[in-house]
Design a protein around this ligand. Structure first.
Ligand code: ADP
Ligand code: MG
Length: 342
């Protein structure tokens, strides 16, 4: 029988809060990705129950009084922070963490500062560039009629500056010419706000996950295998590939764990992911999305501070590949957080 660690015993006396954003129902265009937070809540709740912990769901919205009242009513000594937005606004993705910091309640994942920095894809790229970590060349588009893409080599991909989960990204986001780009930018901007126009990296795609506290370890590197995509289709993980089970992309973008990566490539993917982790002061868990070009040069696309931890998520698959199952992952999160409550 596995002996319980003192931290486990201590935490079992307490109530664990599951803090989450409230998915907008009805006509919200990206309801599939938004609803996923409740899958995470249900899976962690069930796992905590199986481990003997009592948890309570705590919605985080603009109703901050209700949120604070929960902490006055109940002895919540730790929180799983699953909050991704506030009422679908990604600009506020770090706010739940910020309030928990002020309340002095230990919580899973990155501090509010790291969540906020990495939520802004442009700011992330500026910091990466300043620190010598390669990221695709880009321009910001904020609606100016004088936009000039001359600095970039085509094709380019357009993506929302502040969104996540491939919201606003699909085959129609890739442009071969400036003329076609300029025709489309206005409507993208209307729908998604500030945009990045980024050089398209035509090559392989990797997800590098890190897990652990106080030291995070690199988990097995995952690759997205696009070989089942028809020839004319861009090899990207767009919104349909992530969320629309009726689309061909969903079935044809296949996650694999390559065993035969050339050691220099494996080494540089791991090194870059670690550098990102330290640079942005990330904590507990993170997934760095990287593509390599035809010369095997890695480019960081973005950093996911608190990546999705639904049972079918890439981060969870990477841990499973390292022999860490879902229950063990949840148990580890409790332990990491309890170390910060001492
Ligand atoms: N510069 C790029 N070159 C090629 N593909 C890209 C580029 N940027 C994004 N993509 C594709 O779009 C997907 C989503 O982009 P990403 O920057 O990771 O944003 P998100 O936060 O929506 O996941 C990536 O997984 C990748 O397939
Ligand atoms: Mg991504």
């Amino acid at each position: 029988m596995v002996r319980e660690r003192p931290a486990d015993e201590r935490m079992k006396k307490n109530l664990i809060g599951l803090v989450h954003n409230v998915p907008q129902s009805g006509s919200y265009a990206f309801s599939e990705s938004s609803a996923d937070v409740m899958t995470q809540v249900a899976s962690i709740e069930e796992t905590l129950r199986s481990l003997g912990y009592v948890s309570r769901r705590i919605p985080f919205s603009r109703d901050i009084d209700a949120f604070l009242a929960t902490f006055r009513e109940d002895p919540i000594n730790m929180v799983f922070n699953l909050c991704e937005t506030v009422d679908e606004d990604p600009l506020f993705s770090g706010h739940a963490a910020a309030v928990l910091e002020l309340l002095n309640v230990p919580f899973t994942g990155s501090p509010s500062s790291a969540i906020t920095w990495t939520m802004d894809k442009a700011m992330t790229k500026r910091i990466l560039k300043a620190c010598g970590i390669r990221t695709p060349k880009y321009l910001i588009y904020e609606g100016s009629p004088h936009f000039n893409a001359g600095y970039l080599t085509f094709p380019v991909i357009v993506k929302p500056r502040f969104e996540d989960a491939s919201i606003g990204i699909d085959q129609e986001s890739v442009f071969e010419s400036e003329v076609a780009l300029k025709e489309a930018l206005g409507s993208f901007h209307e729908r998604f706000g500030p945009l990045l126009v980024e050089e398209y990296i035509d090559g392989r795609e990797f997800n590098v996950s890190l897990f652990g506290y106080p030291t995070a370890n690199v988990m097995p590197v995952a690759e997205i295998d696009f070989s089942a995509f028809p020839g004319e289709v861009h090899h990207i993980v767009g919104y349909r590939a992530k969320w629309d089970a009726s689309s061909p992309e969903y079935h044809n973008a296949v996650r694999r764990f390559p065993e035969d990566l050339p050691p220099p490539l494996q080494g540089s993917l791991e090194k870059i992911a670690r550098e990102c982790f330290h640079l942005f002061m990330l904590r507990d868990y993170t997934r760095v999305d990287i593509r390599t070009d035809r010369r095997n040069r890695p480019y960081v696309l973005e950093i996911n501070a608190n990546p999705c931890i639904s049972p079918d998520a890439g981060f969870v698959a990477s841990l499973a590949h390292a022999g860490i199952n879902y229950t063990e992952m949840v148990r580890n999160f409790v332990e990491f957080t309890s170390l910060r409550s001492c």
